[in-house]
Design a protein around this ligand. Structure first.
Ligand SMILES: [Ca+2]
Ligand SMILES: [Ca+2]
Length: 210
């Protein structure tokens, strides 16, 4: 079950804000560099410094105070959407202020005690370094075993079971827990409710060329 939850969380992270109203990200470049050695792109491993504040000015996080920049990979859902979108095409040394609406941050759930529901977040970010990162696996293709470019209930179920086995767990495919996990994924991903998840609907890692 624990692993199912992990896989589910992974899939839902991409779908979490679909139902929220769309608001735009605001990017203000506050410092430019004259010589740009490389601009960030999808799948880069980026190293950042940042200060995060609520829109009332309350600071909730700072990599400067930890004295340690933050490293992550762009484009694979490791960070909030406002970062995924707002940190692209950026030069090392460049600074930006990102004003991120809730639907591109932590939505109506918020995060912990620090970030209340429906918070707009202000991040002052500075790119320290960027480099090529690994291209992630095409999860859609892995799930779509019969290659009809749609994910059926059985395909999603089989994929979750195979992931569990890879992590040394055995899940009963007829258990209520497992069925609920599959159903929850379809509730979020099968937007037109036709019983299959199309490539367009799928919000996890996929490649456009499929
Ligand atoms: Ca299929
Ligand atoms: Ca569908």
């Amino acid at each position: 079950m624990a692993n199912n939850v992990k896989v589910l969380g992974f899939l839902l992270a991409f779908a979490a804000y679909v139902f929220c109203q769309e608001e735009e990200l605001k990017i203000d470049v506050t410092h430019t560099v004259e010589k740009c050695e490389r601009r960030t792109q999808k799948h880069d491993l980026v190293t950042m410094h940042y200060v995060g504040k609520l829109d009332n000015g309350t600071q909730f996080d700072s990599s400067f105070e930890r004295n340690q920049p933050f490293q992550f990979q762009l484009g694979i859902g490791q960070v909030i959407k406002g970062w995924e979108q707002g940190l692209l095409d950026m030069c090392p040394g460049e600074k930006r202020t990102l004003t991120i609406p809730p639907n591109l941050a932590y939505g109506d759930k918020g995060a912990g005690d620090a970030i209340p529901p429906d918070s707009t977040l202000i991040f002052e970010v500075e790119l320290v370094h960027t480099a090529d990162g690994p291209v992630p696996p095409n999860v859609f293709k892995q799930i779509d075993v019969n290659k009809d470019k749609e994910l059926s209930h059985d395909e999603v179920s089989d994929y979750l079971l195979s992931q569990a086995v890879q992590h040394g767990q055995n899940i009963d495919k007829d258990s209520e827990d497992h069925k609920n996990v599959v159903q929850t994924i379809f509730d979020h991903e099968d937007k037109d409710k036709d019983g299959v998840i199309s490539l367009d609907e799928f919000s996890g890692p996929k490649h456009d060329e499929l």
